[in-house]
Ligand binder design. Structure first.
Ligand SMILES: *Cc1c(COP(=O)(O)O)cnc(C)c1O
Length: 360
């Protein structure tokens, strides 16, 4: 069967070039006679892979030298606990900006370890916008301020970095990782699960400023303490080797296309195509206020559950898959991460036009 255009929110599409490269090397990586899946994480070959991956991460994201790049397991949810366990340790307080389910879960988890506070929320309008938060809004005693840069489920994105003054800033970038340039120096911790925009599920990358390491609560499980892996260059125990290898290939792919500036341009062009169509359609409608729209996740509705279901089913038959919205939101959602080519979005828009003609 031909490959489909996969609009899944995660795990999601990977670049075809990367998959083909992995296929070529699947049985014999670099003349070693083994797959990366079979290799010892203590081998010279794997050491070269993890080192190149880190080097490329630093280069592509322009990460300053006083930051560590950690390759961890456990997914997003583990970071919901790791962040407070490691950072909520001076005054036992933290401020959370709640712009969606993932931010809310992170906040709820933090409440188990200290005094987490919701400093702003967009739940009043089902998370369809990003609240404007100012420096005065934050508690000067907060050990950190936490927010989700791109809201995967609702399709909103912060188009500003909150000004927290001297309070360390933490961001979950899972669904916009490597999609555009970010000024890492503005953050104490940036972390993201790989399965949205970087690699297969099973890897979480934590970019953390050196001075944030080494203050974890006593109760912190060994593997959730950032210091454990920071001291061992992410090789304290077995890392997700295969995912790190694919990350290396994805970073090479991004670099080859011109880096994050080029990714941003590509992503803006794709998103514009879809949003322009939605803005002019009489049947389909975007659900997010225009100024806070995500470049990665685009939710939309028809206004009828029946038509939504019909659309998702017919799109699937046409090779446009995983367009059903999140179970808590309904409607449709097209996730158009880095690996989705412009042609994929064009195919979706063409299909929507046809559907609109037939059902409008
Ligand atoms: C998917 C996602 C998560 C949850 O990640 P898991 O690895 O499934 O725990 C957290 N935050 C954001 C922004 C996400 O998109």
């Amino acid at each position: 069967m031909a490959r489909v255009y996969n609009f899944s929110a995660g795990p999601s599409m990977l670049p075809l070039e990367v998959l083909k490269q992995a296929q070529t090397e699947l049985l014999d990586y670099n003349g070693t006679g083994q797959s990366v899946m079979e290799m010892s994480h203590r081998s010279k070959e794997f050491d070269d892979i993890i080192k190149e991956t880190e080097r490329l991460f630093r280069e592509v994201m322009n990460i300053p030298d006083n930051y560590k790049v950690l390759f961890l397991q456990g997914g997003g949810w583990t970071q919901f606990s790791s962040v407070p366990l490691n950072l909520m340790t001076k005054n036992g307080k933290a401020d959370y900006i709640v712009t969606g389910q993932w931010a809310k879960k992170a906040y709820q988890e933090a409440c188990r370890y200290g005094k987490a506070r919701v400093v702003a929320s967009s739940e009043d309008k089902t998370f369809t916008y990003i609240p404007k938060v100012k420096r005065e809004d934050f508690d000067l005693e907060a050990d950190y301020v936490y927010y989700t840069m791109n809201n995967t489920i609702y399709g909103t994105k912060f188009n500003y970095i909150p000004d927290t003054g001297d309070i360390p800033l933490v961001s979950d970038v899972s669904s916009c990782f490597l999609s555009e340039p970010v000024d890492v120096s503005k953050f104490a911790v940036i972390w993201g699960g790989a399965q949205k925009n970087v690699a297969p599920a099973g890897l979480t990358v934590v970019i953390i400023r050196d001075d944030m390491i080494g203050h974890a609560m006593d109760i912190t499980p060994t593997l959730l303490n950032y210091k454990t892996q920071a001291d061992k260059d992410s090789l304290f125990n077995t890392p997700p080797c295969w995912q790190i290898y694919i990350t290396m290939l994805v970073l090479r792919w991004i670099k080859g296309l011109g880096g994050l500036d080029a990714m941003k341009q590509r992503n803006e062009k794709k998103a514009k195509l879809l949003y322009d169509y939605l803005d002019n359609s009489k049947l389909f409608k975007g659900t997010v206020v225009p100024e806070d729209r995500s470049l990665m996740n685009v939710p939309f509705v028809t206004g009828s559950d029946e038509l939504n279901a019909k659309f998702v089913a017919e799109a699937k038959a046409a090779g446009l898959v995983n367009l059903k919205g999140h179970r808590t939101v309904g409607g449709m959602r097209a996730s158009i991460y880095n690996a989705m080519p412009y042609e994929g979005v064009q195919a979706l828009v063409d299909f929507m036009e046809k559907f609109e003609k037939e059902n409008g």
